[in-house]
Each structure stands twice: as C-alpha cells, then as structure tokens.
Design a protein around this ligand. Structure first.
Ligand code: PLP
Length: 287
C-alpha cells in the first residue's frame, strides 16, 4: 500500500483519538526507524519510552519468535515455566516478592489501586481515599483517569470515579493537609514524566513515606515511565531509598511487547483472594 492509502484508511477506520504525524513506519533497527518511502529517522521517543533495547534487538526477536512457535497463550488456568522465569527476574529487579502481570500501565495502576482499596476497606469501611498529584499521569481507564492530575483528561465524562483527591506534586504540606486515616493509598510517580520532567524536592519521598506509615496508607509508586533502568537504577525509587508498598511497571519492561503489572511485598500477598483480580492475557507465555 502507498503512503496516501495507509494514512487515509487509518483515518477512515481508526477512532480519531490520536494526532499522528504523516509518516508511515515500516522498519526499525537499534534506535533508527525507516518509513515506507525509505527515509531514516532516529526515534528519540523510543516508542514513547518503550523500546528499551532499541528496535529489533536480536535476543528479544529470537526469544519472541521461539516462544511464539511453542506456546503464545494458554491462560492463567495453567502453570508455565516461562512465567516462572519472568517472575524471578521481575521480583529481583523490583525488589518485591509478589507480582501480578497485566498488559499496559493503566491496567497495572488500576490493579494497584484496587488492591489498596481492598486493603483499606478491610480495615475500615471509609478507608478508601486515594491521593495522587497534580500534573501526574496514570492512564486512561476510568479509575486511573480520576487519579491523573490534568483537568484536560477529566472533562466530558460526568462524575469521575469517587474517592480520589489531587494535591500539588512535591508539596508535603498540601499532602499532609489531606492525609487522614481514611486514606488507603498515595499514588505518585517518583519523577513525573508526562507533564514535563518533575523531580520532587529532596526528602519529599521520605516525608510521603512517613505520612503513609502514620496513617497506615499504602504508598504506590507508578514506575511505568521511570522504571526499567530509565533513571540508571532498575527503578527510580532505588535512588531515594524510599520503598513503596506497591510498584507498578509497564513500557520498557517488554522492550516493545505489551508487558505490565504491579509488584508487592509478601505482607500484601493475600489482600486479594483467588478471583478478586485477574485478566485473560496478562502474564501469557509470549509476553
Ligand atoms: C507514569 C505513567 N503511568 C501510566 C501510564 C499509562 O500507561 P499505558 O499507556 O501503558 O496504559 C503512562 C503512559 O504514558 C505513564 O507515563
């Protein structure tokens, strides 16, 4: 197909939610991509912080090809050796004990907040408040939308998912003013990514940790964008020495294949009982 047909038919059939550049990408290698007219580009976006090994890394291509030929999907009703290998690697890299695999960052955050709500409500029926930050981005599902701190994403949907409170990022006094025993979780990016790169003031994450501990609220770090060595360590929280109770990951962890999820320490392993959470595709052998 020529460029014109591809652009026109995409615009005809796809829901018009993306503003796309008029380029038709065909091939990638390392940090470079080529369009279908043979123009070469350096993808400084890395597929929006996803292609952590570059395009077509031979080890990744080999692993995916071999697994695709063996077993792509079999559901989580069964065990697979490849899932154990992935669990070991992710547990070690995140510094956590228990992992749940999902398909995208929003789904990882959604599961993390769901777990935090269950944790909170098991302690008191009113303990379901989730605090997140202005200018954050946590995804586009209904609950992650409410946790996302941009009015732009909120307009036009009627009432948002209840129980969410937004505070200015990096402002410990503003957070403290909203903290009480009804808070089940504080959800933050250790460095904000979507609205600009916002590094919080020194000590902020430590102070947030202390407030969470005081009110028995879970600290969730959304490391969808900062994770997987993007800041030099496996996860950005490792620079601050502040360990979250729930860590969410996506983007770079699959090197281009949809892989995401969240990780928790053993003490939160049994907040969810069998059937409380799940998903058809998450953790499938190919991913
Ligand atoms: C910090 C953060 N959280 C969550 C998301 C949502 O991830 P996804 O688009 O995979 O649902 C993003 C995406 O840009 C993000 O940057």
């Amino acid at each position: 197909m020529d460029k014109k047909t591809i652009v026109e038919e995409t615009e005809k059939y796809y829901l018009p939610v993306f503003g796309r550049y008029p380029m038709v990408m065909e091939l990638g290698h390392g940090c470079r991509v080529w369009d279908n007219e043979g123009n070469e580009y350096v993808d400084a976006f890395a597929g929006i912080a996803v292609n952590s090994l570059g395009y077509n890394h031979p080890v990744l291509v080999k692993a995916i090809s071999e697994q695709a030929a063996k077993l792509m999907h079999c559901s989580n009703l069964y065990y697979t050796e490849i899932q154990v290998k992935a669990l070991r690697v992710v547990a070690e890299a995140t510094g956590m004990d228990r992992i749940f695999f999902a398909n995208c960052g929003a789904e990882g955050n959604e599961g993390a907040m769901k777990l935090a709500r269950k944790y909170g409500v098991s302690k008191a029926p009113t303990k379901y408040k989730i605090i997140s930050a202005d200018e954050s981005f946590h995804g586009r599902t209904f609950d992650t939308l409410a946790a996302t701190g941009h009015d732009y994403y909120h307009v036009g949907y009627g009432p948002l998912s209840p129980g969410h409170v937004l505070v200015p990022y990096g402002d410990i006094k503003a957070l403290e003013a909203q903290m009480d025993d009804d808070v089940c979780a504080v959800l933050l990016e250790p460095i904000q990514g979507e609205g600009g790169v916002h590094v919080p003031p020194a000590e902020y994450l430590q102070q947030v940790r202390a407030l969470c501990d005081k009110h028995d609220a879970l600290l969730i770090f959304d490391e969808v964008q900062t994770g997987v060595a993007r800041t030099g360590k496996w996860f950005a929280y490792m620079h601050s020495g502040v360990k979250p109770d729930i860590l969410t990951f996506a983007k770079g962890i699959g090197g281009g294949f949809p892989v995401a999820g969240f990780a928790v320490p053993e003490r939160l392993a049994h907040v969810f009982k069998p059937g409380d959470h799940g998903g058809t595709f998450g953790g499938n052998p190919l991913a």
